[in-house]
Design a protein around this ligand. Structure first.
Ligand code: ADE
Length: 237
């Protein structure tokens, strides 16, 4: 999968070279290319923003450097069709279903906005372009970040771990909270490892029983209880 990220803080994305995503890059599963939006400015101050039409506080990112940056990315490969992903608090809620959808795309381009966001004509223009595979705007939660970069770290890491060969144990993505299948819409319950006693606390007997069916049943019940406590909105009525 090819992933391009455009930002005024390209170093912010250095964290993607670590850990699981870093290994996927080294293995060639992900081709990550990070771009500095300011490379597409042409004034002495390398300006990327301007005051909003209609007034109001803050600044809006100019469509001009964005158009240049995105067109250059598009032109770097005549074969594929990139999908433009814009993180924004006013986007559709990002969740595991979206991560799974994105993981099926061969080429994603993330546009990190700052300030009050990117001039809306950028999303409109690329949605209408036939040489792009659409535009999607996502929010990673009901809070406001200073920019899209932290949201891109979240989205790229959650997509990367769904790509074939990225997780060591092929099964471990299936048991996750929010994974499709048996545990869909349930949070993962408690987990334990050695030592069997730590600071006076032991391990639930069932986990030491070796009885796989009983263990599976216990885990399902723990997941249900945890979901009821932390996320009752996920349970059916
Ligand atoms: N940019 C600022 N806040 C954001 C959020 N909650 N999700 C995605 N992008 C954002």
């Amino acid at each position: 999968m090819r992933i391009d990220v455009v930002s005024i803080f390209p170093e912010y994305l250095d964290a993607l070279r670590l850990s699981l995503v870093g290994k996927a890059i080294e293995a060639g599963t992900i081709d990550l290319r990070v771009h500095d939006l300011r490379a597409h400015t042409h004034d002495r101050h390398r300006t990327v923003d301007d005051t909003p039409y209609g007034g109001g506080p803050g600044m809006v990112m100019s469509p001009v450097p964005w158009g240049e940056a995105l067109d250059q990315i598009r032109e770097s490969d005549s074969e594929g069709t990139p999908r433009l992903v814009i993180p924004t608090p006013s986007g559709r809620r990002y969740d595991q279903t979206v991560a799974t959808e994105l993981s099926a795309h061969p080429w994603l381009v993330f546009a990190c906005g700052r300030y009050e966001g990117i001039d809306s004509r950028v999303a409109e223009h690329y949605a209408a372009r036939e040489d792009w595979d659409g535009v999607a705007e996502y929010s990673v939660g009901d809070y406001v970040l200073a920019g899209g970069e932290a949201a891109v770290l979240v989205m790229v890491e959650s997509v990367a771990r769904l790509l074939p060969g990225v997780l060591g144990n092929a099964e471990s993505a299936q048991d996750d909270s929010f994974a499709a299948g048996d545990m869909a819409d349930l949070l993962e319950g408690p987990v334990f490892t050695k030592p069997p006693e730590w600071r006076g606390l032991g391990i639930p007997d069932v986990l030491l029983s070796g009885h796989h069916a009983r263990i599976a049943e216990w885990r399902r019940e723990q997941a249900r209880q945890r979901t009821e406590t932390h996320r009752p909105d996920l349970l059916p009525d």
